[in-house]
Write a protein that binds this ligand. Sequence first.
Ligand SMILES: N[C@@H](CCC(=O)N[C@@H](CS)C(=O)NCC(=O)O)C(=O)O
Length: 276
Amino acid sequence: MERLETHGCFGGTQEVWKHASATLGCEMRFGLYTPAHDPGERLPVVYWLSGLTCNEQNFITKAGAQAHAARHRVIVVAPDTSPRGEGVADDPAYDLGQGAGFYLNATQAPWAAHYRMHDYVVTELPALIEAEFAASDRRSIMGHSMGGHGALVAALRHPGRYRAVSAFAPIVAPAQVPWGEKAFSAYLGPDRTAWAEWDATALLAGAAERLPILIDQGEADSFLEDQLKPWILTEEAARLGHPVTLRRHPGHDHSYYFIASFLADHFAHHAAALQG
Ligand SMILES: N[C@@H](CCC(=O)N[C@@H](CS)C(=O)NCC(=O)O)C(=O)O
């Protein structure tokens, strides 16, 4: 492991680390914010999953998360959004390949060799963070857009692993929207029955835990009507009695200006669950 960046920030440190991922078979970078803490103290961890085209930098440089993490005394881990490197399959489009891993485990060539972001985020990365840093095993997960989909799927597939889950402008039903149909066709193949394992709305009925979901959505988001459609999830949640809070915000788009505007509420929601 190699530390690439370190910056004092709100009394703690914002770092960027690089390591060799066995799950992904390539080098990966992640952002790590650690608040001030006592020697030997272990703090809970919030995992952040970014959206299409992002790497480990977008959230740590644009969201203003460090102030909230310092106040609530939680570590924040922000991984890259896909495997990377010359030996890793890619596609010229922004919504497939590097920068667009969709937080699933691919089964189809040429993607299956490296694209295992679900296992990386849910298993390998937490094991590393809890072994090497001042982290406890109290975890929560949040994300944006493709990363909101990743956070919802991680929590729904692993009851008990996360104490809170929330999302900004998430893709809630990838099997029913163009971004997801394109990515799932490539990564999982044409058989749509395999897609249901990676679709938050489809997973909801069989969820072994009714962990409350908090979602913020901008009404001026250009992806709202075609790609995000949060009502697909809220209608299914209402049918099942799964607690979902969807807050819609006029005048807010899909950008990090929107995320920064409501991030304090997400940290408060996560901290209450992590420290309770
Ligand atoms: N039209 C955009 C779509 C990608 C996009 O909006 N990405 C969002 C996540 S889905 C993002 O966070 N972009 C990086 C940023 O705003 O820092 C593009 O081609 O870059």
